[in-house]
Design a protein around this ligand. Structure first.
Ligand code: AHM
Ligand code: MG
Length: 340
């Protein structure tokens, strides 16, 4: 049987199912092409370009974090790939203070794109999986796009408004995991032919799990409900939860979420005392919302501990939130600890 490429899948979603528009199909193809270009750049490592693509860029982003060369390069690849196609009104990135408007020499479209160009930056130099996360919203009718400051307001929509979201994992293989609101599909990059081929469809996350992911070194800073929950998990079979749990922490959200997409689990980056002033660690628009959309589309759940992530109404483009997501029953259990 002929391979189902990303283009073919998107054409079917557009032509037969009418789930997506022609412009959204184009947007997603361009985003996937940008991920392919990022994958190629990463693959060159220390041999790429002038002095390699690893190491520090020598600049800070809006979040006050030191940028890696690959953060900057990936951001540029995504901007350049997406600005000329006519399908976008503006783009917002974890690495930029303000949205990037489509230059006047190009036509403007009806969609907004947000991205974390290179997620898991701390893993770049140690050759551990990293990724790209993106989300697509519709630009509200009549939105003021005259300045980047004004355009920022157009992005402040709850995660339920997303029309598509996806991530690429740059691991031993490069995968693209996508949802257009019609379930979750996984594509593998065929490096020889240069295109993405569908390798899993209708992804379903097991409802139950015995595997958790959290940065345990922050235990003393967590809120009491999270401390109690993790203590109960680590108490194992003899503890109140009555089973032995396993722990994994890659420190690349894409890789941790992808493991959950594959075999279930629960991922947590909860609020902690040193993050309280910032609102949390992970960014709502670039990380939490797209991942929550994908996780829910695969039958899982995503919460701050007190509220469904997709229901949050953003007040700031770079807003951060606590994140608890993964296997539905386990997320419900974690949420339960917050109300007792
Ligand atoms: P980044 O977008 O700057 O890479 O930061 C987000 C990453 C997530 O991928 C990951 O879950 C988390 O930060 C790891 O944090 P920590 O270093 O505290 O373990
Ligand atoms: Mg990130």
């Amino acid at each position: 049987m002929a391979q189902r490429t990303l283009s073919r899948y998107l054409t079917e979603e557009q032509r037969h199912k009418e789930v997506i528009t022609g412009d959204l199909k184009l947007l997603l193809e361009v985003a996937a092409r940008a991920c392919k270009a990022i994958s190629i750049a990463i693959g060159k490592g220390a041999l790429g370009g002038d002095g390699g693509v690893l190491g520090e860029a020598g600049s800070d982003n809006i979040q006050g974090e030191a940028q890696k060369k690959l953060d900057v390069l990936s951001n540029e690849i995504l901007l350049e790939a997406n600005e000329w196609g006519g399908h976008l009104a503006a783009m917002a990135s974890e690495e930029m203070d303000l949205p990037h408007l489509v230059p006047n020499r190009f036509p403007k479209g009806e969609y907004l794109l947000t991205f974390d160009p290179l997620d898991g930056s701390s893993n770049i130099d140690v050759n551990v999986s990293i990724g790209t996360i993106f989300s697509v919203l519709k630009c509200p009718e009549g939105a003021d796009l005259s300045t980047p400051e004004a355009a920022a307001k157009a992005f402040l929509q709850p995660g339920t408004a997303q029309v598509a979201a996806g991530y690429a994992v740059y691991g031993p293989t490069t995968l693209l995991v996508l949802s257009v609101g019609d379930g979750v599909v996984v594509f593998t990059l065929d490096r020889e032919h240069g295109h993405f081929v569908m390798t899993r469809e209708n992804v379903r996350i097991p409802e139950e799990t015995a595997e958790f992911a959290i940065n345990m070194s922050n235990r003393r800073f967590w809120e009491a409900p999270v401390q109690r929950y993790v203590d109960d998990m680590t108490a194992g079979r003899q503890g109140p939860l009555g089973k032995d749990y396993n722990m994994r922490w890659v420190a690349s959200m894409v890789a941790d979420v992808h493991r959950i997409m594959t075999r279930g689990g629960i991922f947590m980056y909860p609020m902690d005392e040193k993050l309280r002033a910032k609102g949390g660690k992970l960014r709502l628009m670039y990380e939490a919302n797209p991942m929550a959309f994908l996780i829910e589309q695969a039958g899982g759940a995503a919460s701050t501990g007190r509220q469904r992530i997709l229901d949050l109404v953003p007040h700031d483009l770079h807003q951060r939130v606590p994140v608890i997501l993964g296997s539905r029953r386990e997320v419900e259990r974690a949420v339960g600890y917050h109300s007792t």
